[in-house]
Design a protein around this ligand. Sequence first.
Ligand SMILES: Nc1ncnc2c1ncn2[C@@H]1O[C@H](COP(=O)(O)OP(=O)(O)OP(=O)(O)O)[C@@H](O)[C@H]1O
Ligand SMILES: [Mg+2]
Length: 451
Amino acid sequence: MDDTKFCLLVAAIDFGTSSSGCAFSFRHCYKEDPLDIHFIEKWMGDDDYHIFFSKKPPTCVLLNPQKEFLSFGYEAEQKYSELAFGSNHYDHYFFKEFKMVLHETRKLSRTIMIKDVKGKEVPALDLFAHVIRYLKDNLLSALESRKTSIIHRDIHWVLTVPDLWWKNSAKQFMREAAIKAGILTEYLTICLEPEAALTYCQRLPATAFIGNPGTQSFLSSSSETKFMIINLGGTTASININQKQSNGTFYELHIPTGGPWGGNKVNEALERMIIKIVGASCFQIFKDDHKTEYIEMQRRLEIKKGTVKPDSISKITIRISSIIHTLFKEETGENIKDVIQQMQLSKKITWLGDFLRIDSDLFKDLFREPVNMLVEHIQQLMTEDNLSDVSTLLMVGGFSESPIVLDAIMKAFPDKRVIVPEEARLAVLQGAVLFGHESDADLGSNPPGLL
Ligand SMILES: Nc1ncnc2c1ncn2[C@@H]1O[C@H](COP(=O)(O)OP(=O)(O)OP(=O)(O)O)[C@@H](O)[C@H]1O
Ligand SMILES: [Mg+2]
């Protein structure tokens, strides 16, 4: 095959509900080692001991009063909370979890609007374009600082979209947003998230999975294997069910399915628990008027969420600014400590100063709702005629990295092979890079992005 017509680099953007990232690999490196994939990493913050870099920062966007882009990710969160500190945030626009518009709108068009956290609207297409442009420009400057001679036209871009009933509409919408962001349509491929996950996991050896992978790599065992791809993201759990064909292709056994059982349900459950103690109005004041402290609380929870194991017995400590004690005292005249005692929770929860300490079983309970709903949904699917013999459950997405979630799925389906790739939150992103290399030859035959 003539190699000259291929792009020199594939860059992928995984546009997630809660977090988004950009990864890339050079064509010459891919040929040597397909898994030699690089990321644009962003500094995230610290948990008082470590500084974290994140390969998928939160999908948050801050726009100025003229609806122009100001910042993305942690920076957007930070700037917005600084503006709020001086009460200067009211005329700005702050967006989070807005990718849900793809899940909620069957006929996506240029006129679809998205509301920010205060209910002010901007066109969805503009917002998606802002994120894509930001990630694209970040990659281009990273390449420039590495002194590569790569230019825009050397890059094959891949963008991910969820697999929905109205996937064509979602694909067209994303293509249009990418064009608006300055990506040329003939250099762009849109890839479904489960396609990307599958592409990645097929490349991995059995040792790269946790769960009960056995000794054989994913799907190499036998042809005709039926398997589920379960993508556990921030807000949704998406399930695809396929069968491997003898010619190596895949047959879709069921329409894409799933529900709102992503990892953010754990955060919501923790907030509900706090609200039970301090009341909705006190917590709302904390959220609205002390945004920096609220964002810090959320980041610390994100870190703790991943550390809890099914057999953890020690208490989980989450640092929450002691401002909340002052707010509570001002509002009720009482102390949080006394209320916890009155609620007979003092054996399970202690909350002194900046430290909220939660009994490990109570913390594990926060996972119960999304996990139970997911298990019930899979059990229901398994009762369908052609699905009872699905043998492999492949879990990807950030929430799959939780040992609590993996344990629950393995216990609920003891006779199935349950597997999770290492760094499951990056499976779709890395798979999208591989998907780009594999579809390089088709580049240029893409449809124009017309809505
Ligand atoms: N180690 C971990 N343990 C528990 N939860 C985790 C871990 N890592 C990430 N998560 C959770 O996973 C979720 C994010 O996953 P992911 O990045 O796959 O979502 P997304 O791609 O933004 O969402 P979607 O694919 O639904 O659009 C968050 O709720 C996050 O808290
Ligand atoms: Mg995702």
